[in-house]
Design a protein around this ligand. Structure first.
Ligand code: MN
Length: 241
């Protein structure tokens, strides 16, 4: 038995190969036999509310539902693209939305799961923006707009995000090591798994006299990948093709 982790699929019709790879993963024996599948955010390029599901997402939602109905627990941590997933999303997919910081016992290793954006503390502008979009007031107001208005707003946001990213240094968009260490200490874990930065890697470092691990999941823009963990440890696996 194994536990699987993915993130940053950014599903969109602009990258049909990634979408197909994700569908193949959900239908694969690897997924069907998994103890659980964790999706650590940015599953969708943009999620504009549970009542505004675009047709292009239907096949993914149905595939997720089939997997959860087959008995595989499905867990989801919201990313910065799909923070508007709510109970409707849970009902559609059978996935359970977890806290932005979630600690699990991963075969005896206390492991913190996050999307990863909260670790990028050098990006002060983004964190301010994040506070705004996670506020009840902003969300109520946004979700009261018509679907067309939300689509338009989403387009504008992505445009702005692209512009903002072009002006930022590479370092600002990566995690801040101090934030990583503070967070791991706060939650008492020796393993942290996250996505968001699109810089897949396994980092080992010393924390309070212990060697700890930070695993960064790959995005699915081109290749994608799954982190598979069992009693013997964790390893990256290519997506089924
Ligand atoms: Mn992200």
């Amino acid at each position: 038995m194994a536990t699987l982790f993915v993130s940053d699929l950014h599903l969109t019709t602009e990258r049909p190969a990634s979408g197909q790879a994700f569908l193949d993963l959900l239908e694969s024996d690897q997924a069907r036999q998994a103890e659980a599948l964790y999706i650590l955010g940015d599953l969708f390029e943009i999620w504009l509310g549970d009542d505004a599901v675009v047709d292009e997402y239907r096949s993914y939602i149905e595939a997720l539902k089939r997997l959860s109905e087959s008995g595989v627990p499905l867990y989801f941590i919201q990313g910065n693209r799909d923070f508007l997933t709510k109970s409707g999303f849970e009902a559609m997919t059978g996935a359970r939305i977890l806290d932005h910081h979630t600690v699990i016992d991963l075969y005896g290793i206390p492991t913190l799961l996050m999307h990863g954006d909260l670790l990028c503390t050098d990006d002060v502008d983004y964190l301010k923006f994040r506070d705004m979009i996670l506020s009840r007031q902003w969300q109520d107001e946004f979700l009261s707009k018509s679907v067309n208005e939300r689509v338009e707003y989403g387009r504008m946001l992505r445009e702005k995000s692209r512009e903002a990213m072009q002006g930022k240094q590479e370092m600002i968009m990566d995690v801040n090591q101090q934030a990583v260490e503070d967070t791991m200490r706060e939650f008492g874990v020796t393993h942290l798994i996250h996505g968001h930065t699109h810089r897949p890697a396994v980092h080992h470092f010393e924390l309070d006299g212990k060697t700890v691990t930070r695993t960064v999941l790959p995005d699915w823009y081109e290749q994608g990948g799954v982190l598979r963990c069992d009693e013997t440890g964790c390893e990256f696996q290519p997506v089924p093709s």
